[in-house]
Design a protein. Structure first.
Length: 149
């Protein structure tokens, strides 16, 4: 038995490595955005309007916490895919749920769409939603196939 299948007895399919690596890189971009926003990094935040900065810096604490769970859960969950651990399923589910909560706050409970400028931001949030959901569903499928232990 090789290292790649020592845990589950099944070889990791090639697509697991692609999804895991791309998922980690995608999630790392979200984590970078989170860190740069939370640290008020001037170089990163310099392109935003004063209204947008007020929006980001005025998010309720519970929203910032949900955002942290969403982005860091995405990073951790994608890395867990690469490590082939079944905990990836629950971590990616928590990440997805936290992303839904954050989006609900930003676009339903507040004026995030208005402040951010419209359609592109909504479409990009939709893409984030689909990627997070896709990572969760992929991890769940891999766990059901016995690829994740």
């Amino acid at each position: 038995m090789t290292d790649s299948n020592a845990t589950t007895g099944k070889s990791a399919p090639f697509h697991l490595w692609i999804v895991g690596i791309v998922g980690t890189l995608w999630s790392a971009m979200g984590a970078t955005d989170y860190v740069m926003t939370q640290t008020h990094n001037e170089a990163y935040m310099g392109g935003f309007t004063p209204e947008q900065l007020d929006f980001f810096y005025g998010l309720p604490t519970w929203t910032v916490a949900a955002w942290a769970i969403a982005v860091w859960g995405g990073v951790l969950g994608a890395l867990m895919l690469l490590l082939r651990t079944g905990h990836a399923v629950n971590v990616l589910l928590a990440s997805f749920a936290a992303m839904v909560v954050t989006s609900f706050q930003n676009f339903v409970l507040s004026n995030g769409l208005e402040v951010m400028g419209g359609g592109f931001e909504l479409a990009f949030s939709g893409l984030i939603f689909l990627v997070a959901l896709g990572l969760y569903l992929y991890a769940r499928a891999m766990a059901k196939k016995g690829i994740l232990a």
